[in-house]
Design a protein around this ligand. Structure first.
Ligand code: AMP
Ligand code: GLY
Length: 431
């Protein structure tokens, strides 16, 4: 079977790496890919949001399955267009992907289906937003409705800051994406990332993961796309997972299907485990990055049968068979450390040379996934983005996985990069 994978980040490198190991798969084509992916299979130069050319490329490659990595093409309806052309696609329709692309849509669906989440209000005018703020307690959570490259959520400590943020967002801080503003209750607890592979009816669950969104050690500094992750995450006990399934995922999938928007692909449930049980922070229409790297690396079994079944409607009624592929006995504890360019998530330089990748990749349990890398004219790997590499390692325990990942990091010679040194601290603190 031939695959066409869309995207170019660490998430997509990990997907390509895992999919390529399946005995069902002959070739993994990627677009646009990265220097880690073009050694797995051919890469094309069509960008992940260039819908017209992605359709042309798909007609040319004629893959048996299209796997869409990032949110932008999903929000633009690529899955619908390709399905209408007869292709099997792993990724939700434009309507279903609104669970990520519109927070207002997502909140309304949660309310309609009785799914636990933070209480909220939705505003398009500053005066109403500010009077609503005065009914809430600090800290104040303000969210742009639309996609804002992971920067659309602001947590304001004071009313003054919150008022200023209301004015900024509603006067176009994120363009159309912040023309509508969500203000919601602050939820206390520990976060986890849950990934559900679904054909819109049947669902299988990967082990729970935990991301590290803040740039600095001890969860300090600004939010990023994610500085590291690990799985399994012990905050999600079996009892918590059972509640996530029955109180969140099942009602969402059932409701979306009933309302004519069956959700097909991977549903990312950002959960806050509160004293009151699990509540939804957000949904995303794709795998998390860097959570995906950890899940693909740790999974002993083949991922392809499940994603193929999600794309073709073969999951419903067969969940037990797929679930056994993903059970914890068949998952090695895994951690990933993101190496980022000095300055990220602010501005940073490009073009510095990275050495020692092959040596790191050969260390016990370690796989280095590429994200923002490029090749210079001499073929050397250089930094070309904010998050540049994901040093990922499995071990017999999470402790071993983390120490292997940092041994890999220390083998890489890239003075212009940095990483967090405390990935996995919440899990280590528990044990
Ligand atoms: P989101 O993009 O909605 O996931 O928000 C980004 C981050 O902001 C989340 O990962 C949380 O750490 C935090 N956050 C968002 N909403 C809330 C909330 N209602 N209560 C507490 N923290 C939140
Ligand atoms: N790691 C968080 C995300 O992918 O949105």
């Amino acid at each position: 079977m031939n695959i066409l994978l869309i995207g170019s980040g660490g998430r997509e490198h990990a997907l390509a790496w895992k999919i390529d190991q399946s005995p069902l798969v002959d070739v993994v084509h990627s677009t646009p890919g990265n220097p880690g992916m073009d050694v797995i299979g051919p890469c094309f130069d069509v960008a992940a949001d260039d819908i017209d050319n992605l359709v042309k490329l798909t007609l040319q490659v004629e893959p048996d399955l299209v796997v869409i990595g990032p949110e932008a093409p999903l929000a633009l309806g690529l899955a619908d267009i390709l399905r209408a052309r007869g292709f099997d696609v792993f990724g939700p329709s434009r309507l279903a992907a609104q669970l990520e692309s519109s927070k207002s849509f997502s909140k309304a669906r949660m309310m309609a289906y009785g799914v636990p989440t933070a209480a909220y209000g939705e505003f398009t005018t500053p005066a109403l937003a500010k009077s609503f703020l005065r009914t809430m307690e600090a800290p104040f959570v303000l969210k742009a409705d639309g996609l804002a490259a992971g920067k659309g959520v602001v947590i304001a400590e004071t009313l003054e800051q919150a008022d200023a943020e209301v004015d900024d967002m509603l006067s176009g801080k994120f363009g159309d994406a912040s023309a509508t503003l969500i203000i919601e209750e602050f939820m206390h607890g520990e976060e986890a990332s849950i990934f559900v592979i679904t054909d819109g009816h049947g669902a299988v669950y990967l082990p729970a993961a935990q991301d590290h969104k803040r740039v600095g050690d001890g969860d300090t500094g600004p939010n990023t796309g994610g500085m590291g992750a690990y799985a399994p995450a012990p905050v999600v006990t079996q009892a918590v997972m059972d509640r996530i399934k029955s109180e969140i995922v099942q009602p969402m999938l059932k409701g979306m299907a009933k309302d004519g928007m069956p959700y097909q692909g991977v549903l990312y449930v950002g959960v806050m485990v509160t004293g009151d049980g699990p509540k939804v922070v957000e949904f995303n229409a794709r795998f998390g990055d860097p959570e995906c790297q950890v899940l693909m690396k740790g999974l002993a079994g083949d991922i392809v049968p499940a994603i193929l079944a999600a794309a073709t409607g073969g999951l419903d009624g067969n969940e037990d068979a797929f679930e056994s592929l993903f059970e914890l006995e068949r998952f090695d504890p895994t951690a990933t450390v993101v190496l980022a360019s000095e300055g990220y998530p602010g501005s940073y330089a490009r073009g510095s040379v990275i050495n020692g990748l092959a040596e790191a990749n050969n260390m016990p349990g370690v796989t280095v996934f590429h994200a923002g890398t490029d090749r210079d004219s001499e073929g050397a790997i250089v930094a070309a983005g904010g998050r540049v590499l994901n040093v990922t390692a499995s071990g017999a325990s999470l402790e071993e996985a983390i120490s292997r990942a940092y041994a890999g990091v220390d083998r890489i010679d890239w003075p212009e990069g940095f990483c967090r040194r405390d990935i996995g601290w919440r899990a280590l603190k528990r044990s």
